[in-house]
Design a protein around this ligand. Structure first.
Ligand SMILES: N=c1c2ncn([C@@H]3O[C@H](COP(=O)(O)OP(=O)(O)OP(=O)(O)O)[C@@H](O)[C@H]3O)c2ncn1[C@@H]1O[C@H](COP(=O)(O)O)[C@@H](O)[C@H]1O
Length: 109
C-alpha cells in the first residue's frame, strides 16, 4: 500500500516521466505536446472551477477542484523542469514568517 504522504513526490516523478510518453495514452503528455499556453489555460479554468466550488461551499467539490488545480500546477512545474521539492523548498523558506510581517517588510522599505 502506497503512503498517502508521498503521493505528491510520486506524482512529480510520474509527470517528469511523461515528457517522453505517448499523448495517445497520457493526458499529461497531451498537455506537454500542446505547449505551455494549454497548461496555463487549464490552470485558469481549474482555478475558476475552484472559486465556484469555494462559493458553493461544498467540501467534496472544494477538495476535488483543489486536486485538479494541484495536478495542473504540478504539470506546469514539470514543464519547467521543476519538481514538487522546488515548491516545498519555497514553502519551507516561508515557514514561520507571518504574512503580516512579510508584508510590513516590503512596504516599510
Ligand atoms: N491527478 C491527475 C489528474 N487530475 C485531473 N486530471 C485530468 O485532467 C483533465 C482535465 O479535467 P477537466 O475536468 O477539465 O476535463 P476535460 O474537460 O475533459 O478536459 P480538457 O479536454 O479541457 O483538457 C481530465 O482528463 C482529468 O482526467 C488528471 N490526470 C492525471 N492525474 C495524475 O497524473 C498521472 C499521470 O496521468 P497521465 O499522464 O494521463 O497518464 C495519473 O496517474 C494521476 O496520478
Amino acid at each position: 500500500m502506497h503512503n498517502t504522504h508521498d503521493v505528491l513526490h510520486r506524482l512529480s516523478e510520474t509527470l517528469t516521466s511523461r515528457r517522453n510518453a505517448d499523448p495517445e495514452s497520457s493526458y499529461t503528455a497531451q498537455l506537454f505536446a500542446k505547449g505551455p499556453d494549454s497548461i496555463l489555460k487549464k490552470i485558469g479554468e481549474e482555478c475558476a472551477e475552484l472559486i465556484m466550488a469555494g462559493k458553493e461551499g461544498n467540501k467534496l467539490h472544494v477538495v476535488r477542484e483543489s486536486a485538479d488545480v494541484m495536478y495542473h500546477l504540478m504539470v506546469l512545474l514539470a514543464f519547467n523542469n521543476l519538481s514538487i521539492d522546488d515548491l516545498l523548498q519555497e514553502m519551507r523558506r516561508r515557514e514561520g514568517i507571518s504574512g503580516v510581517d512579510e508584508k510590513k517588510s516590503r512596504t516599510s522599505a
